[in-house]
Each structure stands twice: as C-alpha cells, then as structure tokens.
Design a binder for this molecule. Sequence first.
Ligand code: 13P
Length: 294
Amino acid sequence: MPIVKLSSLLHSAAESAYAVGSFNVSNMEMVMGAVQAAEEMNAPLILQIAEGRLRYSPLAVLGPMMVAAAQEASVPVAVHLDHGFALETIRLALDIGFTSVMYDGSQYSLKENIAKTKTVKALARKYGADVEAEIGRVGGAEGDYKSVDVLLTSVDEAVRFSEETGVDALAVAIGTAHGNYKEQPKLRIDRLREIAAAVRCPLVLHGGTGLTEQDFQNCLANGIRKINIATASYDNVARKIKEQLTGKPESNYFDISHAAVAGAYESVKKHMIIFGLKDKADTVGLTGEQYAKL
Ligand code: 13P
C-alpha cells in the first residue's frame, strides 16, 4: 500500500463516519511501534511530528524515516507535519515527501491567520500535499512552546476561515488541551456539532491524551475525522523503558529499544481500538456505500 494523502484518509473517514488516529512520533522505535499496531489492526494511520519537537528529532533525519515507513507499510499511512509555524520547516517537510502539513496560525488575528494559511496552501499545492490549519486555540502546548489557554472556535469564524483558505482539515478548539489534563475537561460537543453542520471540511481534534472513551465517541459521532495523540504515547514509551530497567540492570541497548517500540505500539493500538479502527484500512478509497456492500 503506497503512502497516502491526508485528504484521502479523511474522505473515507467521513464516508464511513469514523475518525483516523494521528500519532506523534519522535524516533524510529515510535514509528515502528505505530506501524506495527496499524498493520495488526488493518487500520489507516497518520504518522506526525510537531515542529516543537524537532530539537530532539531533526526533521531532515526523522522525516525520511517516516516517509519510508509509510511506503513500506501494508496499510494506508499518511505522513504529516503537526503544528508547523515556520515556512522553512513546512517547506522542508514537503521536500522530504510529507503528504500534508499543519500550519498553526492560531496566535494571529483571523485575518492574518487566513492570509498566512493561504500562503501555505499555495506552497503545498505545488507538491500535491494537503493542509490542516487551526481556528480558535487548543490549550496547552505541543512541544517547546509556551502553554496557552483554550479559545473556543466560533462557528462564523470557522466558516469564513475554511471557505477563504480552502484547507483540507480544520483543527477546532472545543475545550481540549495538549498534554496531561490537571482536571478532566468538559468538551463543548454542542459547539462541535454546530461547526460540523456549518463547515464542509473534515474537523480535527487536538489534545487527545486523557480524554474518556465517551469523549472520543461523542467527538466522532459529531464530525471529528482526525484525532491527535501525542503525550499518551510518549508517557507509555517512557513507562515501558523504566519497567524494562527496573530490577534488570543487565538490560542492553536492544532491550531498551524493544521496550520503546512496545510502548508506542500499545498506545497506538489502545487508541485505535477506542476509535473503532479495526479493518478500516479496507474503507480507504471507497465510498460509504461501496464499503457497506463489501
Ligand atoms: P496530546 O499530547 O494531548 O495527546 O495532544 C496531541 C496533539 O494534539 C498533537 O497536536
């Protein structure tokens, strides 16, 4: 199965009413664990890395590895830049062969966010790649940035933004935040429903770590088509490595590497089960009707 575009995965998700898991990775072990889970589940996968993590995993090194893993996988995999801010980073991701990029202009006014997103959209078009953008502001911080408060997405702004920019996926702020929650958030499913009814492009949920199964079900029943998970995987990789080392001081590098793969695998598989992604790889490229007739 060749590497696929984000829009192709999200189109199939919309046709068959599910959401694709988009999993942040930071090294080869995490890439391998995520692909292993997707292949075992026969599920579509989005591999992503955020600009805020590139200090630890340079894009020029990890990016080609993500693309190669997608090309080698037996299930459809899209490769995505998460929270891109600098045009040079976005251009590098596209040069490496990422099938989509997120431009995060959520710190700007609506007008500026629209203008900057249009520039990214024009650049991505030259590569045949898709663009995700954010309207409103998801809370917390993905990577090395200052934590921000949630700014709920307004329906009117979401409509104007998606129409003027023509983005392929729109991240909305409905009460989630990046990182571990100190208090369980109360999601604004009412707002999500209103946005989904008014906007044609697929909607993205950031800040997936720590949400309840019911939260996920409510989101995917009300128009979310891509769900981002980062912290849960990083935490599980760290936990598996600590577990490996506890009481086993003789552990060698390869034992630790194996634990890291297992940590990512477990986190990705757990979320794919919650999102109902078993065998959804078979829906990619089909309409809902065609899939139902299989
Ligand atoms: P979490 O770290 O809360 O899972 O958020 C992931 C995310 O939204 C990446 O953009």
